[in-house]
Design a protein around this ligand. Structure first.
Ligand SMILES: [Zn+2]
Length: 62
């Protein structure tokens, strides 16, 4: 499971999140980095399913 590095809460699928160029995920509301470091933003479930780097954090029942 991945936690938000800012608020330390576990992400849930419907959370709106930011994926930055370092491949770290932060809530959109928690993100304080520069806009130029944003790689993608969507719901947590969308991000996890769109990038193979997160394959090992996917639910086994996908
Ligand atoms: Zn957060």
């Amino acid at each position: 499971m991945i936690k938000c590095p800012v608020c330390r809460r576990m992400f849930i699928n419907k959370d709106r999140v930011v994926l930055d160029i370092y491949n770290s995920i932060t809530h959109q509301d928690c993100f304080t980095g520069h806009v130029s470091t944003i790689k993608d933003f969507s719901s947590y479930s969308n991000i996890i399913n769109s990038y193979s780097i997160f394959a090992d954090v996917k639910s086994p029942t996908r």
